[in-house]
Design a protein around this ligand. Sequence first.
Ligand code: HEC
Ligand code: HEC
Ligand code: HEC
Ligand code: HEC
Length: 488
Amino acid sequence: MTSIKEAISNKPWLGWLLFLATVAVVFLLGMLASSVVERRSEAKYAYRPPTDLQPFETDNSVWGKFYPREYQSWLMTADTSFRSKHAGSKPLDILTTDPELVVLWAGYSFSKDYKQARGHYYAIEDNRNTLRTGGPLTPDAGPQPATCWTCKSPDVPRMINKMGAESFYSSTWSALGPEITNTIGCGDCHNPEDMTLTITRPALREAFERQGRDISDAGHQEMRSLVCAQCHVEYYFRGEGKYLTLPWDEGMTADDMEKYYDSYEFADWTHAISKAPMLKAQHPDYELFKTGIHAQRGVACADCHMPFVAEGGVKYTSHHVQSPLNMISSTCSVCHRQSEEELMNNVYERQDKIAALRNYLEDILVVAHYEAKAAWDAGADDRTMEPVLRLIRQAQWRWDFCAASHGGSFHAPIEMASVLSNGIMKGLEARIDLASILTGMGIRDITVPDISSRAAAQKSIGLDMESLIREKEEFKKQILPLWDKASL
Ligand code: HEC
Ligand code: HEC
Ligand code: HEC
Ligand code: HEC
């Protein structure tokens, strides 16, 4: 055995070799470190924190002075031209394309008006114009609580800071109308001091707390989804004060949330046809997404809906939040090698199959509501009907949970298929029970009225659409100008 020292003294060139090898290794390590730093700063972007953005600045154009690229791309959410096979930004009247929904929501405001979501730019406008909001023409009173504004504007965190969350929620939609004027924007997701991502909505923070988690501990990649989870989640208005609450205490699946609502005997409304105590699901996008493969692999909402783009050598985050199918090359293709066409087909295949299950459940539910009505009309009692109505509630909750999550068929196809299959089972069980009740009462035929168009379906459930539309027009003529003036 010869030591290294002896080896070097025997062969002097070996020392030089060792020296050069060390230099090479150090050089390579240096290259690696600088590339890591470069990537990190790339991820962190190059910008100078602003010096004079005020806390709770709500005017998006003021932020836009400091961040023109992000602002310009944010303005693009006004574009309504893109339409994919099942979604997109075009304003589609869903009750017209699918009048069965009028029946499913009979007795609830969604049967009056329901349109496909479009860009963040329109959140205020669409909230003001839908027939679901409004009511008596007095500026300070209306049937809707102020809670309805919560997901629409950076004016909301400003007003919650001023009034406190409790008084904000228990105020009315009309009373706060003049205050809520800037559509979803910078102040909803960013801290104006340093532009970090931030949680501005108390409901999400509180839901985390009740689960024993502190949302302030969330990492950077998690925050790129959590800013969206402030609004794209299931929620309900708790109690008289209409306190906005995420029903996550038992967990975040359809079954868990149903358990939570059942424990309160909570119902959003009583169905006008079947008298079932119903639940209305509201876009559980984040919850469903979390069960899918992309979330499990650490992909965030922003990776697909707010991609990095380059412009004149500068990289920035596109704030044109929209369907990723309108920007496959900057979203999916960052991680997947397949052609755009193949990736698009992957999405459509999942959506088509889930839509077929959803439509099947929808048909079952429509008939079940009318069969329950027939049983009531023939004199069935509460005790006979209770278990059937519970099954209808359970089946429709599962249908709505999936129908209301517009991206869910791609975000989490397996979970969606599982929830819908359970819904189909419950719906069929309800119909089997109803068949035996109806047979026992000697009833063979049940009548389903004409529901072949939106107008026919709305008429069949007794909605007076003309007066609703007239009221809305009055609101736009009389009240809206006052709101706009007050906000100046
Ligand atoms: C729905 C949430 C949301 C809204 C609304 C929003 N942003 Fe962002 N913003 C993000 C996300 C997510 C990122 C990526 C941050 C990251 O990964 O660190 C980002 C990044 C940025 C950055 C860092 C530079 C870059 O391009 O990555 C700036 C500056 C910025 N936004 C400005 C704005 C401005 C100005 C507005 C209003 C016109 C705005 N943002 C509205 C979520 C939002
Ligand atoms: C302050 C609440 C809020 C936040 C935060 C928010 N959204 Fe939205 N989002 C909405 C509302 C409300 C609409 C529907 C607007 C309309 O139709 O008028 C919407 C619509 C959308 C649409 C449909 C757009 C289209 O053109 O079809 C997508 C996609 C979307 N949001 C994704 C996201 C993602 C991803 C995030 C996080 C980066 C996010 N949203 C953050 C409230 C929010
Ligand atoms: C940030 C990276 C990233 C982006 C962006 C991304 N994916 Fe993926 N995708 C993944 C990973 C990781 C998986 C899991 C694959 C694995 O682990 O083998 C996956 C899985 C998939 C799968 C198989 C899932 C299944 O159902 O079994 C499909 C299909 C897919 N992605 C399509 C898309 C499409 C379409 C887009 C754009 C809308 C997209 N991906 C965007 C990383 C990404
Ligand atoms: C892997 C990519 C990917 C990720 C990550 C992702 N989405 Fe999506 N999302 C899609 C695709 C693809 C669609 C279907 C778009 C279509 O059909 O045009 C979609 C659809 C949507 C829609 C309906 C859009 C419309 O036009 O009606 C919303 C809302 C949405 N996503 C929100 C979110 C939220 C919130 C998150 C995070 C919790 C998220 N997405 C994460 C790919 C993604």
